[in-house]
Ligand binder design. Structure first.
Ligand code: GLA
Length: 391
């Protein structure tokens, strides 16, 4: 055991004796509303079928053992000695959740947790929120504690922000916890109120991984967030009644033009216009207007590429190829940016052909073989747990 209480080994195997309970948490794809969550804005993600499963069994002594089947590693932590000590390692996420619960006064005796998942890493599909929420669900059950959706998501986010050190917003943890099958979630990240929206039955959501790795914990995500927060502070100071970018209009932003750099202006313009697009995307979904929904996705991509400057050539190539395929209503980058996946809305009957052509043309243009998935909106961790209970 090291002085921070964490000990890493790379042996295989896990305890399977005694009571064993398993909790699953999905991944997510964000349909629209990017980099709006941490300024109290609007987002529209849905949970998808990739999963992390956390299985917990009691263990003698005050030791937490985390075994990742994917990494083939075991990490041990002395629960009472746990302090904030991130190591840039997969175990930061489950240990961060243990730490976050402890800050809330929720403590547990010794246990072994086995973690396994199929969420693509660094693809902008929220592998981190998936492991955090699966871990938290298992730990809460082990501690005999029931928490609300808002609280579960907030504590998982705290693990990510304060333990792992990634300055993410609340979107991922919220939808991974509270998503519902066949529904997109419109989340107001200021009030945490949400609305479940019907997805079109005649179209499919296709996710395409550019294979360019993205990481929220890396500097680029935080850099954009710093720019947004700097712009927000200026608008807040100069425009009475504006508490966050969520309240700001383009006229508010224009009025502050002399006070901020052109880059910061452009980043804030993305956030302000993106909040507007989410509102219009909601209307489009409620009206079953796929043309309009797809158009908003394309506009959102342009704003993310030009104003937010957080796309990359490979992802732009994917969007460009997608947008000229028959049956494609719209396409855009999804997630934190700087790589990762695109999300595409495609006519149901055209989806298989779309996926093949996109993969072929992308390979010809870049030499990269992309992974593409035709997705359904799936249940979040709470609904998955409730269904398991009911069986
Ligand atoms: C990452 C973060 C989210 C959100 C998105 C961008 O996924 O974890 O909180 O900021 O990027 O919309």
């Amino acid at each position: 055991m090291t002085e921070n209480g964490i000990n890493g080994t790379s042996t295989e195997g896990h305890a399977s004796d005694g009571r064993r309970r398993s909790y699953a948490a999905p991944a997510r794809v964000n349909l629209i509303g990017e980099h709006t969550d941490y300024t109290g804005g609007l987002v529209m993600p849905m949970a998808i079928g990739f999963r992390t499963v956390a299985s917990i069994t009691p263990r003698e002594g005050g030791i937490a053992v985390f075994h990742s089947e994917n990494f083939g590693e075991v990490v041990e932590v002395e629960i009472a000695a746990l302090t904030r000590a991130p190591r840039g390692h997969w175990s930061d996420y489950p240990i961060g959740v243990l730490w976050s619960l402890a800050q809330e006064g929720i403590t547990v005796p010794g246990f072994t947790m086995h973690l396994v998942g199929d969420v693509p890493l660094g693809a902008g599909l929220s592998s981190s929120a998936s492991i955090e929420v699966a871990t938290e669900m298992a730990l809460l059950d082990f501690a005999g504690v029931n928490l609300s959706l808002e609280k579960i998501a907030t504590l998982a986010r705290r693990a990510e922000n304060e333990y792992v050190g990634a300055k993410s917003g609340i979107m991922d943890q919220f939808v991974v916890t509270g998503g519902v099958a066949e529904r997109a979630m419109l989340l107001d990240c200021r009030s945490l109120q949400y609305e479940l929206l019907p997805l079109p039955t005649k179209a499919k959501v296709v996710i395409c991984n550019s294979m360019v790795k993205h990481q929220v914990a890396s500097g680029e995500y935080g850099g954009r967030r710093d720019e947004i927060e700097a712009g927000q502070a200026i608008i807040k100071r100069l425009r009475p009644g504006v508490e966050s970018l969520r309240d700001a209009t383009l006229a508010d932003l224009e009025a502050c033009a002399g006070e901020m750099s052109a880059e910061v202006m452009a980043r804030c313009r993305h956030v302000i216009t993106e909040n507007g697009r989410v509102v219009r995307a909601r209307e489009a979904l409620l009206n079953g207007d796929l043309e309009q929904f797809g158009k908003l996705l394309l506009e959102a991509h342009k704003s993310f590429r030009d104003d937010f400057a957080a796309s990359c050539d490979e992802v732009d190539t994917l969007v460009e190829i997608a947008s000229r395929q028959p049956g494609c209503y719209g396409a855009r980058i999804t997630g934190g940016g700087f790589g990762g996946c695109t999300v595409n809305i495609v006519e149901m009957n055209a989806a298989a052909q779309f996926t093949n052509t996109l993969r072929d043309e992308y390979r010809k243009a870049t030499g990269i073989v992309a992974d593409c998935f035709i997705c359904e909106a799936s249940d979040g961790a709470l609904a998955l747990a409730a269904k398991q209970e009911a069986r």
